[in-house]
Write a protein that binds this ligand. Structure first.
Ligand code: AMP
Length: 191
């Protein structure tokens, strides 16, 4: 999909209409040169701290996929945990944490990947899923797509069936969406 194609018919830059895209844009704070020079960090914590806005965003993700389309929500450490837990509570599903290396207490599967700023390893408990369980994977920001690719791979290696992947904000110029193709990426806002 091209950059142009992601501008929706209503002129917004998100897949769920102008309201949600504008809401995220209004609450995202750009932090230049964090955590390294040249990176503009998209801080969504002000959105998480705004109860009404946070609820709208969570409801938007649930509405996009349909509350009956997944059995569990996997969130990527750390901000993905916030999103995953809220979706799970809203839908009566459960949460599985996809954690940074060395944090999980029991046997885990690991995947290593390149980040926009460095290299990282993430892990999931090897018994996290009942085989075939439908898993919605979520994170706050999609950048190069390395984290998401590793998380989706881990869910499948652990026996889960990926039911969807959502982020609040996609950095379109880093082409993470292309890296994840043909898997669909759901982004509330693409910049
Ligand atoms: P990537 O693997 O490059 O797609 O990076 C995505 C992961 O790193 C997500 O967990 C994001 O929270 C975080 N991340 C990467 N780049 C940024 C950024 N510019 N602003 C905020 N978070 C980012």
């Amino acid at each position: 999909m091209t950059e142009t194609a992601r501008v929706q018919d209503d002129g917004s830059r998100g897949e769920d209409g102008p309201d949600l895209a504008a809401l995220i844009e209004s609450r995202a704070v750009d932090v230049p040169d964090f955590p390294k020079p040249g990176i503009v960090f998209k801080d969504l914590m002000p959105l998480f701290a705004d109860g009404a806005a946070f609820r709208q965003v969570i409801d938007g993700i649930v509405a996009h996929h349909g509350a009956d389309s997944f059995d569990l929500v996997a969130g990527v450490e750390a901000r993905g945990f916030v999103v995953a837990a809220a979706i799970a509570y809203a839908t009566g599903t459960g949460v599985v944490p996809v954690r940074k290396a060395g944090k999980l207490p029991r046997p885990a599967l690991a995947a290593t990947y390149q980040l926009e700023y460095g290299e990282a390893t993430i892990e999931v408990h090897e018994d996290a899923f009942v085989p075939g369980q439908r898993v919605l994977v979520v994170d706050d920001v999609l950048a190069t797509g390395g984290t998401a690719a590793a998380a989706l791979e881990l869910v499948e290696r652990a026996g889960g069936a990926v039911a969807g992947f959502s982020v609040l904000l996609e950095l379109g110029f880093l082409r993470g969406r292309e890296r994840l193709a043909p898997r669909p990426v759901h982004a509330l806002l693409t910049v």
